[in-house]
Design a protein around this ligand. Structure first.
Ligand code: SAH
Length: 255
């Protein structure tokens, strides 16, 4: 009987103290760390720990490797940034599990949550996600760009605030410009848009502008883009933006 384990862990947005205690505990007991090289680098090296760093875009191969190691008795931790269930490795592991070797279903698998970039960014900005919102991955790696455009249009129609992951990369520098066009056409030039780059790291940069001033170059692969709903506003004299919990006006009311 194998006694291996597989924990799928979120490392949070960057800063060490935003890593959960639960994640720290399993990292200390691990024999093997599997993940994209940038994230594996964040794990402290110690004797008895093997690091398996791979390139981007090989998620299912990486997941298969992790399941195989755990099945042979290793204590494997698969690492993602932020939360492992948000556009990250947890789904890839379950995909590999569903279609993989039947004996893998005996492995003790746990998913440990982490602070996702969207929540780290929104906390730094104030409370832009204080009312209904949605999260959209702008990468067309796993879905056609037409689906992304349609989802953004429908989210605007429903007046959700939006959190965009993977807004822009070197391999697709122009699509984000098209998303900005949709925002200007359908939400109006005054809609607030925030760019939160490398949140909780030394390179953190936060910018909020009306969409008329936004350019595609304001986003890159380390940026979380947050688009306000029609109700999202900034508070004069502060750097905070927030979305009220109620719809419509409630002037002068103190709670
Ligand atoms: N699983 C991760 C998301 C992976 S997708 C999570 O839950 O956060 C990668 C995208 O996340 C990046 O392109 C960027 O949009 C966002 N991201 C990750 N870390 C970030 C950070 N520290 N600051 C801003 N955005 C970040």
């Amino acid at each position: 009987m194998n006694r291996g384990s597989l924990n799928i862990v979120g490392l949070g947005p960057g800063k060490d103290n935003l890593l959960t205690q639960e994640a720290k505990d399993v990292l200390l007991k691990a024999t093997d760390i599997v993940g994209y090289k940038t994230y594996v680098r964040r794990v402290e090296i110690r004797p008895g720990l093997t690091l398996h760093a791979s390139d981007n875009r090989v998620e299912v191969e990486r997941a298969t490797h992790a399941l195989d190691l755990a099945h042979k008795g290793a204590h494997v931790v698969v690492v993602s940034s932020g939360d492992p269930g948000v556009f990250a490795m947890a789904s890839a592991v379950f995909e590999a599990l569903e279609y993989g070797k039947p004996e893998w279903k005996q492995i003790g698998i746990s998913v440990l949550p982490g602070i996702t970039a969207m929540l780290a960014a929104s906390a730094r900005l104030g409370a832009p996600l204080g009312h209904d919102f949605c999260a959209i991955n702008l990468s067309d790696n796993l879905k056609p760009f037409s689906v992304i455009e349609r989802r953004v249009e429908l989210a605007l129609e429903a007046d959700f605030a939006m959190a965009f992951y993977n807004p822009r990369s070197k391999s697709r520098p122009n699509q984000f410009g098209r998303i900005l066009e949709i925002l200007r056409e359908r939400a109006g030039e005054d809609r607030l848009i925030s760019f939160a780059r490398a949140v909780s790291t030394k390179e953190e940069r936060l910018t909020t502008v009306p969409v008329r001033e936004a350019t595609a170059e304001m986003a890159d692969m380390r940026t979380m883009v947050i688009v306000g709903s029609s109700q999202t506003r900034s508070i004069d004299g502060t750097s905070f933006i927030y979305t009220p919990r109620f719809l419509g006006k409630r002037e002068g009311q103190v709670e």
